[in-house]
Write a protein that binds this ligand. Structure first.
Ligand SMILES: [Fe+2]
Ligand SMILES: [Fe+2]
Length: 173
């Protein structure tokens, strides 16, 4: 399945790959982390803004969805659906962002696209881990991957939008 051309994992794919029996959810460590603690770790901060309101809004919404999904890590059917929604949201966002970069003639667009492909592949890997019943780990990996991309790659767009703020702290992961 090529995740970089907009092909999404379908519910049929989930059904044939996800083996989590109802009511089970565990972390790699064997712990069952509280959904609320996990949700808090996805708290979005204005310090992550790049200065383009549309992109900033999409970033914020993605992390709000992550935090919401974290409440359902013990509900396999629901978390599978929510993870697919996150995946869809992510691919839409990457395409929107590339459109904006194209409009402002960002010279780093080709390299940024490659980085988006990596993020999409990491999301797919996280989904596979979730399908093994480790949804907390899957969400953490997805959040870490996107946040790292935002702060290391999307931040390169800041000068184009006149953003002068520094990161101002350590991202919460
Ligand atoms: Fe982004
Ligand atoms: Fe990006």
């Amino acid at each position: 399945m090529d995740m970089t051309t907009g092909n999404l994992p379908t519910e049929a794919w989930i059904e044939s790959h996800c083996q989590s029996p109802p009511g089970t959810s565990r972390d790699r460590s064997g712990r069952r982390p509280g959904g609320n603690d996990l949700a808090r770790s996805f708290h979005w901060r204005d310090a992550f803004h790049i200065g383009h309101s549309g992109i900033d809004q999409e970033h914020r919404r993605f992390f709000e969805q992550l935090a919401n999904a974290a409440q359902f890590i013990d509900d396999p059917r629901r978390i599978e659906r929510l993870f697919l929604d996150l995946f869809q949201e992510l691919l839409r966002h990457l395409a929107d962002e590339e459109r904006v970069m194209d409009e402002v003639e960002f010279t780093g667009l080709a390299q940024h696209r490659l980085s988006h492909n990596v993020v999409a592949e990491q999301a797919k890997a996280a989904l596979t881990i979730g399908c093994d019943g480790e949804w907390a780990t899957a969400l953490r990996l997805l959040g870490a991957s996107v946040l790292e991309h935002v702060t290391e790659e999307d931040f390169k767009l800041r000068p184009l939008f006149g953003h002068t703020h520094s990161l101002g702290g350590t991202p919460s992961r």
